[in-house]
Design a protein around this ligand. Structure first.
Ligand code: IMP
Length: 425
């Protein structure tokens, strides 16, 4: 019986949604364990495109149990909208959705304060209130799902938290305060709609594992956005790495069998922050257009660049990938020469490992290996042998450099546009 964790190996947007969707066929449960509606997982089923922000991607499959576990920060207004959209398309979630009692909530004042914080110190966040919600959680003032079921507790927590937030909004940022009563009434309405989903998800997940069921843990964002191991402070506010699947759900590290790193065939990043292999000329623009590299949550254009094996080596070390999936290979079709970053040069020093210092990121230059590209289209190829030789060479270079098994290659948006070299479960 395997448990499998799916993790983005770069700065998010690696195409995890499609791989999760594909592997869900073999799983009984799909679990989100960190992040919130800053995530945007795009899945194409037939002619229908779904963008999920909070619901685990497994929700698009019939009879798969989907869990939003304790490590997530949940904005009820976004979740309810998502449920309504699925319902309007004939997908019912009621029997399949479970939310942790101890999952923290995103409140309107988190979004309001983040808006102001971004004006002072721009990280380029999604402005979904994710950072301020985790801040409150760590400060031990957070409001949890279970508080929705105890109106007096909810009321007093909103009151206490708003005292501080309103003080800052009014006196530091000079903008209008928010009303306690309005927020309370809104959240009581949400409580009515969401209470049927609130359960002890840690118990459910552990029992499912003990009963031999297959569990998929669906990561959001990517390793290089991890609050501890990413390009701090240009990161998200949660741990996005495989270890987070344990803390974010309440399972032992002993219970994780497989960890798959999702690697886009090139690199993208949204928001501010270091990106040594960024391509700033028209080629970057072409990749953006061809790869439809615009944020699924914010619509912002993603910065595009060459594959960075230094970042990927870091991701491999920290996550312990048992295999990788390379996505969006077809977007590189037709590029004459492909560059792959194998080190950074900082002054006279050659760095083989991902730096911690912003100073180094800002002043280093990537060291590239150049590989010949391929003219043929790889779009929709399902058989590894049918790939152009230079595409195989490119993939082999990645595999050899990282010393990890390449198990899946995605060659298009649709479910079946995929090559399985080795089934990861
Ligand atoms: P936050 O997560 O909204 O606080 O944003 C912090 C950083 O993480 C910003 O650079 C965002 O663009 C980035 N980010 C957050 N979620 C995602 C995601 O799902 N994909 C890619 N980048 C993300």
């Amino acid at each position: 019986m395997p448990t499998i964790v799916i993790i983005g190996a770069q700065w998010g947007d690696e195409g995890k949604g499609k791989i999760v969707d594909f592997l869900t066929e073999k799983c009984d449960y799909v679990v989100r364990f960190q992040g919130g509606c800053n995530a945007g997982h795009t899945i194409v089923v037939g002619n229908e495109k779904y963008i999920l922000h909070l619901l685990p991607s497994g929700i698009l499959h019939k009879n798969k149990k989907c869990i939003i576990a304790n490590g997530v920060v949940l904005d009820p207004s976004v979740l309810l909208k998502e449920i309504d959209i699925l319902r309007s398309k004939g997908i019912e979630v009621d029997n399949n959705l479970f939310i942790a009692k101890h999952c923290h909530l995103v409140m309107p004042y988190h979004i309001a304060i983040e808006e102001q914080m971004e004006k002072r110190n721009k990280i380029g966040t999604t402005k979904k209130g994710i950072g301020p919600s985790y801040t409150e959680k760590i400060a031990r003032n957070g409001i949890r799902m279970i508080d929705l079921l105890y109106p007096e507790v909810l009321k007093s927590k909103i009151k206490a938290n708003l005292e501080l937030i309103n003080f800052l909004l009014k006196n530091l940022y000079g903008v209008k305060s928010l009303y306690e009563e309005e927020i309370f009434n809104q959240y009581i309405e949400y409580a009515e709609k969401l209470k049927k989903y609130i359960v002890d998800t840690d118990i459910i997940i552990n029992q499912a594992i003990d009963n031999g069921q297959n569990i998929l843990f669906e990561g959001a964002q990517g390793t290089l956005l991890d609050i501890d191991h990413g390009t701090y402070p240009y990161v998200t506010s949660s741990n996005t790495i495989a270890g987070s699947a344990c803390t974010g759900t309440g399972i032992s590290p002993k219970k994780i069998d497989k960890i798959i790193g999702i690697v886009k065939a090139y690199t993208t990043r949204v928001g501010e922050g270091p990106f040594p292999t960024e391509i700033k000329d028209s080629l970057g623009e072409n990749i953006r257009k061809k790869g439809k590299e615009y944020g699924a949550t914010t619509g912002r254009p993603r910065r595009c660049g060459w594959l960075d094996l230094v970042g990927l080596k870091h991701a491999l070390r920290i996550n312990g990938f048992t295999g990788i999936a390379v996505t969006k290979l077809d977007i590189l079709d037709g590029i004459e020469t492909l560059k792959v970053c194998v080190g950074y040069k900082y002054g006279d020093v050659i760095l083989e490992d991902f730096p911690k210092e912003l100073e180094i990121f800002h002043n280093c230059t990537p060291i590239y290996e150049e590989l010949p590209g391929w003219k043929e289209s790889t779009a929709g190829i399902k058989d590894y042998e049918k790939l152009p030789q230079n595409a195989k060479n490119y993939l082999q270079f990645i595999e050899d450099f990282l010393k990890v098994k390449l198990q899946i290659i995605s060659t298009g948006q649709k479910r079946d546009e995929i090559i399985i070299k080795e089934f990861p479960l």
